[in-house]
Design a protein around this ligand. Sequence first.
Ligand code: NAD
Ligand code: ISE
Length: 342
Amino acid sequence: KTLKIGIIGTGAIGQDHIKRCANFLSGVEVVAVSDIDKKSAQNAISTYGLDAKAYESGNDLIQAKEVDAIIIASSGKTHAEYILSGIEAKKFIFCEKPLATTIEECQAIIEAEQTYGKRLVQVGFMRSYDRRYQELKKIIQDKKLGQILMIHAAHRNQESPENFTSEMVITDTLIHELDIFRWLLNDEFVTVSMIPIRKTSKAPKGLQDPQFALLETQSGIRINVELFVNCQYGYDIKCEIVGEEGVASLPAPAAVSICQHEKRYDQILANWQDWFLEAYNIEIQEFINECLVGKLQGPDAWRGYMATYVAEFCIESQKKGQEIAIPVLKCPDFYRSDNKIE
Ligand code: NAD
Ligand code: ISE
């Protein structure tokens, strides 16, 4: 069986997903693409040699009879509208993070999905497909570190795009940590403080970089995340979990080591595409397999909602310069049955 997929958004990650579907993954054919920039959609067809139609609009692609499932890889603000149309068309939807950019949009999505009565939506939180994070989760679950006390984390990008704002450091960057720590710990955030740090001269004017996010969970675990989106040296994700009986750390992906001029040095990966390559491949392959058997199991709309929900409190803290309490929401039974966080 082959899943016929339509991809909306042929920018950086849209092209990555097209490429992996066209060249590496199985049981899938890209039959439709669409981008507000029509040339970009046409280029994707020729670059990856697709036997696909370029649709004028994302909504036309969603309605197309030959499209069984949709990947949404357009800019964050466009996600909600496409997801809601996809649910109306009763099609499986893989949407890149964020699920949507406002709490209201996320609520509309989870309501529409529950009204339909079956999961149709998956969010692109690929870290939970990464073997290293899966190992950390198992170590925590098996209580190898005893009780978890705190986590030191960092999310570093070599350079930020020109239009990047201090708020986007939360909605675009920190959002991965807001999801992965809920998933790792099976715990909810109850407070957040966003703390500005001495600004690097390498950041564009107006962008607060770096920043700290200090989070507290319901069980009392403290998490500090360094967010540094113009760190210059490469892409880097750090996660050190401190328990009462030991410490577990996320390793960086193995990269080539060079010996030269009486020195030995390791290459550092420059981007998220390489750092999480295997996780993206597994994430999309599993989405394809699950669409084919009619049952999604990956990160659900509730996870997407919770990340956007907590991000709103992070933005409030950033604006007010103070710690903000985050009321804990009850997960609807619909999202518990098939797809518990644990
Ligand atoms: P990008 O700017 O390279 O690509 C976005 C594309 O969307 C562009 O081609 C743009 O023309 C198109 N677009 C904009 N509005 C549209 C609309 N209304 N309809 C159709 N197409 C439209 O951005 P990107 O880096 O590829 O990011 C795309 C999405 O993927 C974002 O939500 C981003 O947060 C997410 N993303 C996720 C990861 C991850 O690690 N999971 C990594 C990168 C990006
Ligand atoms: C990007 O949009 C992603 O989602 C990457 O995974 C993340 O690490 C990066 O910081 C974001 O800009």
